[in-house]
Design a protein around this ligand. Structure first.
Ligand code: HSE
Length: 394
């Protein structure tokens, strides 16, 4: 008989309310939400008022609560809650990818010092069981590559723009209404959210943890109908793709950039909020995990899986960290790129580091195809972003 777990929940947004709803439907589950920490007392909510509290301590210090489920937005506020929970002897399940990507080593240390467990399947790719898969199943096999679609909002936007010619702002509004987007969707459209998930998956799959500031991300904020038309002329589509690629000498290239994706690439067929994680093992070859990467119940289902994991005393092993000798970030990889920027911005971006194959002037835009090293692209990122350029890997 499984032990009943009493939950203190922080956050009643998309993920927290999904957890509440599933546990109402699945009353047989041995999980019971005891208290819910919220910030806004005025908001209309489904759970009865006696579950709600504005006082985090009344949850963190409640000896009747075994596990904290953290599902708030702000990474530093989440860090404070999670740290205190671990110190108070509670296990923690968190959906907060931004907090984890920034503070993973620190959090693991605190969890170990307090002999507590920290699980976060819901933090990467919603309902897809990828953290556990990488951590357990692929704990010994070196991975040549880890890539795919890790952000539901941007994939939803691209799908709507390509299929229905929906304007960017309209597609984003829909993604927000459906509960896919972050409270501030900048991280979704600029590629940072996909990067946070890449960092987490790379820690488990490639043994590398890197601070998010070190990793290049470029997003889809500046995509224009002319970029979409250009891709369609090639019979291709565009997807936002995070990549962790193994290079010689145990070095790893990590980066997030939109990709031109041809029809014969399985990512071409991943639509809407679906995510797809491609794992290329040195010996076993390619594996693909596809599923709902965002949304209330898919994400909450991963929290339930973690609750069950806690009952089985599941712990992440981070075996790659121990098995591989010091994997290091490498930015020397050169990638083929397409850059489209307004003619007016030509002088504000120094494109000298790009090996140019072709340049076209098209109306008010310059379209350039060439090759660039990741380190150079990272240096150019700020200027390209400010200039409204759209960059993708060809
Ligand atoms: N905003 C995220 C996404 C939610 O769109 O993928 C799931 O992490």
């Amino acid at each position: 008989m499984n032990k009943q777990l009493n939950i203190g929940l922080f956050g009643l947004g998309v993920v927290g309310s999904g957890l509440w709803d599933i546990l109402q439907e699945q009353a047989h589950q041995p999980f019971s939400i005891r208290k819910i920490g919220v910030q806004n007392p005025e908001k209309q909510r489904t759970p009865p008022a006696h579950f709600l509290t504005l006082q985090p301590e009344s949850i963190l210090e409640d000896p009747g609560i075994d596990v904290i489920v953290e599902a708030i937005t702000h990474p530093e506020e989440a860090l404070a809650l999670v740290t205190q929970a671990l110190r108070n002897g509670k296990d923690v399940i968190t959906a907060n990818k931004k907090m984890l990507a920034r503070y993973l080593p620190q959090l693991l240390k605190i969890a170990a010092e307090n002999e507590r467990t920290l699980l976060y399947e819901s933090a990467a790719c919603g309902g897809i069981p990828v953290v556990r898969t990488l951590d357990e199943y692929f704990s010994a096999e070196p991975l040549d590559k880890l890539y795919g679609i890790f952000n539901g909002t941007s994939n939803y936007l691209l799908t709507q723009m390509f299929r229905y010619q929906l304007p960017f702002a309209e597609a984003l509004k829909q993604a927000q209404e459906k509960g896919f987007a972050e409270a501030d969707p900048s991280d979704d459209v600029d590629g940072a959210d996909a990067k946070h998930k890449l960092i987490l998956l790379s820690a488990h799959g490639q043994g590398l943890w890197v601070h998010p500031d070190e990793v290049l991300h470029l997003g889809i904020r500046h995509i224009q109908p002319e970029d979409i038309a250009w891709a369609q002329q090639q019979g291709a589509t565009i997807k936002l793709v995070p990549t962790g690629k193994r290079l010689p000498d145990n070095r790893v290239a990590l980066y997030v950039i939109p990709h031109l994706v041809q029809r014969d690439n399985p990512l071409f067929h991943i639509h809407d909020e679906f995510n797809s994680v491609h794992i290329e093992g040195q010996y076993s070859g390619r594996h693909v995990l596809t599923g709902r990467g965002a949304g209330s119940k898919p994400t909450a289902s991963a929290i339930i899986a973690d609750l069950q994991g806690l009952q089985r005393r599941q712990q992440y092993r981070y075996s790659k960290k121990r098995l591989l000798s010091r994997p290091a970030l490498d930015e020397s990889l050169e990638i083929p790129v397409y850059i489209r920027l307004p003619k007016s911005a030509e002088t504000s971006v120094n494109l000298e580091s790009i090996k140019v194959d072709s340049v076209e002037i098209d109306g008010q835009n310059i379209r350039l195809e060439g090759h660039v090293r990741l380190s150079d692209l990272k240096s150019l990122r700020g200027a390209l972003h400010a200039a409204g350029a759209f960059v993708m890997q060809r």
